[in-house]
Design a protein. Structure first.
Length: 77
């Protein structure tokens, strides 16, 4: 799966994702639910415009984004 992420860059580069394109479908990040760091990457758990949950990873060493996880949220809950 190919992912392209547009991010907010304020104090630092790629501070948080704001929208992404996954397999030619565009999603807006509605909410960043969690964020954590490893020595080389920053992870973001986000709720997207389709109401599903995604974990996006930004690798500063590679200057690249990847999709680490996806969870479909049951509708009507």
């Amino acid at each position: 799966m190919r992912i392209q992420v547009n991010s907010y860059s304020g104090f630092k580069l790629n501070e948080r994702p704001i929208r992404f394109v996954l397999d030619e479908h565009s999603y807006e990040v509605k909410e960043v639910l969690d964020q954590w760091h490893s020595p080389e990457s920053t992870y973001f758990k986000v709720r997207a415009s389709d109401n599903n949950l995604y974990i996006l990873r930004y690798s500063s060493a590679k200057d690249a984004w990847t999709l680490e996880s996806y969870r479909r949220v049951a509708q009507g809950l």
